[in-house]
Design a protein around this ligand. Sequence first.
Ligand code: NAP
Length: 504
Amino acid sequence: MNTLKSFVQDQWVEGREPFATLVNPSTEEPLARTSTNGIDMGAAVDHARAHGASLREMTFAQRGELLKAWSKALHEKRDELLGLAMQNGGNTRGDAKFDVDGAIATLAHYAELGAQLGSLKALRDGEAVQLGRTARYAGLHLWVPRDGVAVHINAFNFPAWGTAEKAACALLAGMPVVSKPATSTALVAFRLAEIGAGVLPRGTFQFLCGSPGELLDRLGPQDVVAFTGSSQTAARLREQLGRRGARLNVEADSLNAAVLGPDVEPGSATWDLFVADVVRDMTQKAGQKCTAIRRIFVAGDRLPAVQEALVDRLSQVRVGDTARAETTMGPVSTADQLRDVRAGIDKLASESQRVFEGKISESKGYFVPPTLLLARDAAAAKVMHKDEVFGPVATLAAASDAAGLVRRGGGGLVCSVYSDDRDFLRKCVLDVAPYHGRIYIGSEKVAGQTLGPGTVLPQLLHGGPGHAGGGEELGSLRGLQLYSQRVALQGDRALLDAIAPEKS
Ligand code: NAP
């Protein structure tokens, strides 16, 4: 069986026993094995730190060139990467494109930002201000790259995009990266790293294909950890890294809600957009998207029509091995996921009724049918607002106070609101805004243009408060702030301008 290696100190190295086995979740066939046992994590951190200065010395344009080269190299290997995502992630070809093309596009977006910033090496935050009697004595704020290593820990569901979106921001900001994918679906991330290692300069990118071991115990106050995964792991990392003073960004669970406004008529463009978005989010990547809609609130009196439309669309989903062209939804990614999703559906069903459950004809693999539940009483319900069931599952409910129900999720990545009534939208959007990182407004005016609330765009923030972890990634140049220290400079204006030019 193929043994995946880690890229540490600019060498590809193999870990020792025991190995974790990566499988094809459609067939349960073993694909590769990996381990990081025996890899010197301290040496990896030291190596990154030793090469940080060379990255910080580069201009934004030069760092952007690195991202451009990586993006181009990935594009050349796109078909191979799609194939790996289909094998190891249980992705349909469409799911695989979502992950791999997302990686390529996000690197390209940050490459372009680098080109725009040109010869600058650090970013100003706002305008300079006069501090003295004359304009000579002034102050300004500057974002400078942190003098440490950026450790990236990713979840199993986006091995390509997760690796690329984090690396793009860190490298453009000027921090060297140690990237660790989730072990179970690491095949795509491994290939992405192999391609990246071919174009990135020494020390700027290392890759751990498995457990991080004692890596995090080697970190200190100039280092950054960007984590995507479950709330439980996040809680452990907060404690571990809090003691060491390293900065931690958490992207965790989210009970994303979709709200249908009372004005939306069946058959209208807004209605069709809502139905398409909900079904896409439930089934794309078998519902294993952190941004997927988990709760559906119908604010008017159209609950029966919504249920009928969703059941009609869900019954057309063909679940099966993603190697077959007719399959429109694959399995969940691992045996653990299968167990957790089944248990989660049973828990949701304790306070709701199953109104749709799709069919599965496979005898092997980690398949879960698309499942729609109807809450008995969404205001009294607890599980639907608290437990993220990370599979092709959502709960539908009538909502007299939709914003109140949305807020019960305790903070989410994205909330989608579908309406063409400006008064309803203004109130609903502002009521839920403090609880979210992003709000998607679906209306007839944008119906033909949007990719839905589940697509994370590099231009906009990704993250959310509370339950969602409290982190922020992406948002174009905002994504660099995690890897930067904001410092106020005060002194002679001409000197400040020489040290920290405003323009390239
Ligand atoms: P997980 O079990 O928390 O694992 C996430 C990552 O953390 C994996 O790379 C895992 O490595 C690593 N890890 C586990 N224990 C660790 C420890 N003690 N120290 C350092 N790293 C550790 O989560 P998951 O099951 O992969 O992912 C599913 C969850 O991620 C879902 O809840 C989903 O909502 C969330 N998610 C959030 C976002 C977002 O952007 N907000 C995006 C995608 C997914 P191993 O694989 O090697 O164990």
